[in-house]
Design a protein around this ligand. Sequence first.
Ligand SMILES: [Fe+2]
Ligand SMILES: [Fe+2]
Length: 340
Amino acid sequence: MQNKGTTLLIVEDNHDLRNGLKDILSFEGFTVLAAANGREALNQMKAVHPDLIISDITMPEMDGYAFFEAVRTLPEGVTIPFIFLTARGERDDVLRGKNLGAEDYLIKPVPGRDLVTAVQSRLTRFRQLQLAQMEGAYQAALTALANGIEVRDRYTRGHVERVTAYTLAIGEALGWRGKRLDDLRYGAILHDIGKIFINENILKKASTLTEEERAEIIKHPLRGAEMVKDIPYLAQAIPIIRSHHERWDGTGYPEELSGEEIPVEARIVAVADVFDALSSTRPYHSAYTTEEAFDHIINSSGTHFDPMVVNAFQRAWESGKIQEIAAKWHNYPIESEPLP
Ligand SMILES: [Fe+2]
Ligand SMILES: [Fe+2]
């Protein structure tokens, strides 16, 4: 049953009503705790954290408002969904509760169906909100992790953010939406994560790399893929991390894949990555103008890059999106990866 494992707390001084509510919700599979007033409810909350609270307003000892405020001061109570029960016609109650920040009201007597629907929809909304917040926090954590590479090297500042923005602009030009764009975003954020293993002196080196140093650098796609392989949430990022240095004509690395053997997400990030590398100042070359970098991408269609992706990039350029992103980050000097 879908409600199993969800704990509700009912706070109501009327014994019959309290038991009636409890029976209805228990029948739906919820675990239901009950208390006769706010004080008793707070005591129960020391042992159990309910997922949702339904509380009467007028009660002895501690009324619904005082209880609501007490719950919101508890660290674990800040976000618990809260539904007030109010007698018909108590409009002032509704207003006062709204001012406190309670979102939901049920008017007594509550038909069983309405009660169950209100509880379930409140829980669903709360879980959606929680998930959205978690994803936001997750993405911020990933970006911070990816930026960990940049912190070691002043030349790489902003590279992750710009490549991610260019990548999404290309994805949107291809008509991608929703989860497909999200997966693309994670891959772009993490594409160079494997560089975390590369010695700083190599990353910062302005002169030509030795054979050994180059061998070290070209390991970063496989090392990065290895780093995230046990995180199921990031499974879609792996092909991007692994294959963002492959070339359409088969002369890239690490696997010398060609054409459509290269995952399309990686073909997109490749364009974004090179465009950014060219239009940013790096230790071993000064920046192209954005127009020069754009020309280079167009001229490499069918050799380095997938023509379909280059077309999408061109559409994003023509809509002004690419220039907008470049201008926004213009003040950051960047990265030292040898040109892909
Ligand atoms: Fe890379
Ligand atoms: Fe890169």
